[in-house]
Design a protein around this ligand. Structure first.
Ligand SMILES: [Zn+2]
Length: 365
């Protein structure tokens, strides 16, 4: 009798433990790259735009054409973003392929960066955020809220190539968060040799853009922080895709999208090699806004470019159904991302923020 009772007790404890583990261990990595079009993600490189006139001062583009062009959209997108197409999407799902009857769009009405990051991080548009001015977000973000939940204190981190990302997260409201953006050096305790090196490279690289660092040191900063501190929620915001597009440099715009894909692969592979993350992590990938069409408006976005409201959003990893490229489905919006992200962690953002979009039902198991 005694043995049976103990066995039962252990069985019950085991179940409780397993249930608790469902949410206690969950981790999310949110990756955004500024203004990458859904067109490149789903169709690959646009041949009509990949010309010397749209590269560095008419630099030769034959190697880039070799690298990114192919006969079909399926082959071209695979060349542009191989991790996305061979790992992320087959193991997850993605919205926003307008050719397949799936629309994803921003609801803030502005179609530029700060409103898009705020919509993503809060779950709603805000008419007060009508510029890219570097001001603190007046709203509570899902990251700031998460950082106050049990098990998340000191476990939320945000890294932005664009300096304004820090204020979009709002470190004053995200007190226990680690936030590093723009050219600011990363302070970490203990400091590692690698982080010092990354800080040096960032500090001593050309400042092509006044308020935006190159993506590479920003990515490396996030990766090194993850290795050392093992945060549960990471927001990585990259920016070159938008900058090169504004500059009319389609060749480098493609190269930066390709690099982002490589960063996601490196990040995912490293996470799967760490017991803290393996099998426990969901990755989300989207953009703050889209851009206009070829031949000229692809450089631009905003209220005057209506097509720039269209975005893509993908999900992979823990608790994501493997539905691949979504086709002929109802539209989804950027305002649904915050609640979806929280749901992967077993938490209800809509309870806190009534204005927020609901989680994308199909995206969470
Ligand atoms: Zn822009």
């Amino acid at each position: 009798m005694r043995t049976i009772a103990l066995g039962l007790l252990l069985g019950v404890m085991g179940m409780v433990g397993a249930q608790a583990q469902q949410t206690d261990d969950a981790r999310v990595v949110l990756v955004m790259t500024d203004g990458l079009r859904w067109q490149e993600v789903f169709r690959g490189a646009d041949e009509s735009l990949l010309t010397a006139e749209r590269y560095f001062d008419k630099r030769e583009v034959s190697s880039l054409r070799e690298k990114y062009l192919a006969a079909t959209p399926q082959e071209r997108r695979q060349k542009l973003m191989p991790f996305l197409w061979s790992t992320f999407i087959p193991q997850g799902q993605i919205y926003g392929d307008r050719d397949a009857g799936s629309d994803a769009y921003v609801t803030n009405g502005f179609n530029f960066s700060y409103p898009g990051y705020s919509e993503t991080l809060t779950g709603h548009g805000d008419p007060r955020i009508d510029s890219n001015d570097d001001r603190p977000n007046p709203n509570l973000t899902v990251l700031a809220w998460l950082s106050k939940q049990p098990g998340f204190q000191g476990k939320v981190a945000a890294f932005g190539a664009w300096h304004v990302i820090a204020n979009a997260v709002n470190p004053e409201k995200c007190i226990s968060c680690t936030v590093n953006a723009g050219y600011d050096p990363m302070a970490m305790s203990p400091m590692t040799r690698e982080m010092k090196l990354i800080n040096d490279i960032k500090a001593n690289s050309p400042r092509v853009w006044e308020d935006e660092a190159y993506d590479a040191p920003v990515f490396e900063t996030a990766l090194e922080f993850i290795r050392v501190k093992k945060p549960r929620v990471v927001f990585l915001s990259l920016g070159e895709t938008d900058e090169w597009a504004h500059a009319g440099n389609y060749g480098e715009y493609l190269e930066s999208a390709h690099r982002v894909d490589g960063y996601m692969k490196t990040l995912w592979d490293e996470l799967q090699a760490m017991p803290e993350y393996k099998g426990k992590t969901t990755m989300i990938f989207l953009v703050d806004h889209g851009r206009g069409p070829a031949p000229e408006e692809w450089r631009s976005h905003g209220q005057k470019v209506p097509e720039s409201k269209y975005i893509f959003m993908g999900f992979m990893g823990r608790d994501v159904s493997t539905l691949g490229v979504r086709s002929k489905v109802p539209p989804v919006t950027q305002s649904q991302v915050a609640a979806t992200l929280a749901k992967y962690l077993g938490l209800d953002w809509n309870e806190q923020e009534k204005q927020a979009g609901r989680p994308i039902a199909d995206a969470v198991k």
